[in-house]
Design a protein around this ligand. Structure first.
Ligand SMILES: Cc1cc2nc3c(=O)[nH]c(=O)nc-3n(C[C@H](O)[C@H](O)[C@H](O)COP(=O)(O)O)c2cc1C
Length: 207
């Protein structure tokens, strides 16, 4: 069996979080679909709630604290990404957007991504298409055709076993196809510069 890694990003703020629940279900379904294709996958959860303060600090200073650096490296080295945001005011949450603002337009290029969202009302499901998908298009990621939206009513037992479940399985199959057909992503270069020359020179002892 070949091996891959899947970064599973949730921007849910509640505890417990319906966004994390959806992310976990999508990740498990993708793992099953990849196993059917002879690929073993390691799931790497990233809860943006845990990095919220660090994301803002990174935006202000240009330097990621170690825990956030690990999360950024995990995402940069993953073979595929599940990215799930709660819908706030008819769009992605600010934390979700701020986290992906830390990536330039090359890091996620050609990376398979499954996008999903949770919300209070299904009337806002198209936020995935008018906000989340264009952001990943700018980042040149390969977003699978099926985006999964789970409104509060979708978590009732019947809906969760029926319509929502079938959307999850379809999207997971699409992500698994994209991940399986690519060679494993190269791990991040441990010697790569993580700061610009200006920053390095500013921190250098002039003596
Ligand atoms: C500030 C705020 C704005 C929200 N705006 C919307 C909205 O525009 N559309 C929607 O469907 N749900 C909206 N919601 C509901 C959240 O999307 C929903 O509760 C989400 O699933 C919570 O995810 P969590 O359980 O992972 O925290 C909003 C919630 C908050 C707190």
């Amino acid at each position: 069996m070949s091996r891959r890694t899947l970064a599973v990003v949730s921007a849910g703020l509640s505890q417990p979080s319906s966004t994390r629940l959806l992310a976990d279900q999508l990740a498990a379904a993708t793992r099953d679909e990849l196993a059917r294709r002879g690929v073993e996958v390691e799931l790497r959860p990233i809860d943006l709630r845990d990095h919220a303060h660090d994301v803002v600090n990174h935006l202000l200073t240009g330097f990621p604290p170690p825990a956030l650096r690990d999360a950024l490296d995990t995402l940069a080295a993953a073979d595929g990404v599940v990215a799930v945001t709660p819908i706030f005011n008819a769009s992605y949450s600010g934390l979700f957007k701020s986290f992906f603002d830390l990536f330039d337009a090359t890091t996620l290029a050609d990376r398979p991504v499954l996008i999903a969202a949770t919300g209070g009302t299904a009337r806002h499901s198209l936020a995935l298409e008018h906000a989340v998908r264009p952001m990943f298009a700018y980042l040149r990621a390969v977003v699978v055709p099926t985006a999964v939206f789970a409104a509060t009513e979708d978590w009732s037992q019947a809906a969760a076993d029926g319509a929502l479940r079938s959307r999850i399985v379809r999207a997971a199959g699409e992500l698994a196809d994209q991940v399986a057909r690519r060679a494993p992503a190269a791990p991040p270069d441990p010697f790569a510069l993580t700061a610009g020359f200006d920053e390095l020179l500013a921190g250098r002892d002039p003596s």
